[in-house]
Design a binder for this molecule. Structure first.
Ligand code: ADP
Ligand code: ASP
Ligand code: MG
Length: 409
């Protein structure tokens, strides 16, 4: 008997028929003699609808109430799925994140899982039940408040459950067949990868490949829980995300990210302490800065550009303007239409020239690069937002991932 954690994303439980289809699969897995824990997302795009509803009702920031609101989405799908599973003659029980022992820190909207005390999940399994856990939510033992784990957070719930229960497998069911060499909705000729290392998946997720939430991959790597990303529409094999894979392609995938904005602080005096004065307030406010570029200085003045999440744009702009005033710098401009395009591959370590080739492809297409950043296994370029899809397609065509260069290449 195996213990299987199955996570179903929003599309996979998008309507009554889809919920019944998921119930069929869960019941089948259970009747085959396995213990099954199911983690569910909210139905379809209902989380987005709730966010819109909140904005229509109030312009204020209400982090606690937002979490109360958004966690309702997963409560709906978990209860409906439990009912549909019971129709198969299988005992099923739904639990909120709090009931399932997902203990988090206090930060509303992007809480991190601190501990897992899935006692009630264990009890349910011991009683022979299928246990359904609401994804994306937990509770802070410090404040006793309900929290959410950030968008896409049901993936993290699934990994947490799998880790605590020492599950045999953690299956992430979604609306594509697995992890592809690029977003299959943008690059039709992208391919499904049979396997990918945690390291590469982490970089792809950080680069915008939304198929897995980045923090869930980080977590899975830390606790060494292999993930099987697969389609909820059919039973075919998906992609295994695990510690080590056989091949190290120079380019395993191409990703794009439209979720950031670029700020530029102009005419900053070029002297020690300036970067600290600009970025410390952002960090103190919990604003994550992704890329940073400082230009060469002219006449003792320089421009500093950086990117942050769209959601943090207003706050980052206000803080940067304040810092610019204190530093005697010029104004701050905000560009809301940018895209970060990345190529990722563990084989890059041993195959130089990938960055140069990427720049060449973009140059040939007349696509201007505004910023560049790299890690050992990733090269990212910021380009104009409207060029995102063309850039991804051209890079995919040029590198043909999973690309393993020959000696001459
Ligand atoms: P779920 O609701 O199941 O969590 P998501 O929408 O979060 O589903 O993630 C699946 C989506 O991720 C796909 O529909 C696809 O458009 C997108 N995606 C982006 N990059 C990739 C990639 N490299 N491989 C597969 N899917 C990707
Ligand atoms: N429902 C949440 C979201 O849309 C969590 C998830 O689906 O993973 O982000
Ligand atoms: Mg998701």
């Amino acid at each position: 008997m195996a213990l299987i954690v199955q996570k179903y994303g929003g599309t996979s439980v998008g309507d009554a028929d889809r919920i019944r289809a998921v119930a069929d699969r869960v019941a089948e897995t259970y009747k085959a003699g396995n213990q099954v824990v199911v983690v569910v997302s909210a139905m379809g795009d209902s989380t987005d609808r709730l966010v819109e509803l909140a904005a229509a009702v109030s312009g204020g920031r209400h982090p606690r109430e937002m979490d109360m609101l958004l966690t309702a989405g997963e409560r709906i799908s978990m209860a409906l799925l439990a009912m549909a599973i019971r129709d198969h003659g299988v005992e099923a029980m739904s639990l909120t994140g709090s009931q399932a022992g997902i203990l988090t820190d206090t930060s509303h909207g992007e809480a991190k899982i601190r501990d897992i005390r899935a006692i009630r999940v264990r009890e349910g399994l011991d009683l022979g039940r299928v246990v359904i856990v609401a994804g994306f939510q937990g509770v802070s033992p410090d404040t006793k408040e309900i929290t959410t784990l950030g968008r896409g957070g049901s993936d993290a719930t699934a990994v947490a459950m799998a880790a605590f229960l020492e599950a045999d497998v953690c299956e992430i069911y979604t609306d594509v067949d697995g992890v592809f060499t690029a977003d299959p909705r943008v690059v039709p000729e992208s391919r499904k990868l049979d396997q990918i290392s945690f390291e590469e998946m982490l970089e792809l997720a950080a680069a915008g490949a939304g198929v897995l939430m980045m923090r869930s991959v980080e977590f899975a790597r830390r606790v060494n829980v292999p993930l099987h990303v697969r389609s909820s529409f059919h039973g075919g094999e998906g992609t295994w995300v695990k510690e080590n894979t056989m091949e190290d392609a120079a380019v395993t995938g191409v990703a794009h990210d439209l979720s950031e904005v670029k700020l530029m602080v102009q005419n900053v005096p070029d002297r020690p302490g300036v970067a600290s004065a600009l970025f410390a307030p952002l960090s103190d406010a919990g604003v994550n800065v992704d890329m940073i570029v400082q230009n060469t200085s002219h006449d003792g003045l320089t421009d500093i550009s950086f990117t942050v999440a769209k959601a943090d744009a207003d706050q980052a702009l206000a803080l940067a303007e304040e810092a610019a005033r204190d530093l005697g710098a010029g104004g701050v401009t905000l560009d809301g239409s940018i895209a970060k395009i990345s190529v990722v591959g563990a084989g890059m370590r041993t195959h130089p020239g990938i960055a140069a080739r990427m720049f060449g492809v973009l140059a040939d297409a007349g696509i201007n690069i505004a910023m560049i950043s790299t890690s050992a296994i990733r090269v990212s370029c910021v380009v104009a937002g409207e060029e995102a899809e063309r850039a991804v397609r051209l890079l995919h065509l040029a590198f043909d991932p999973p690309f393993e260069p020959t000696e001459e290449a």
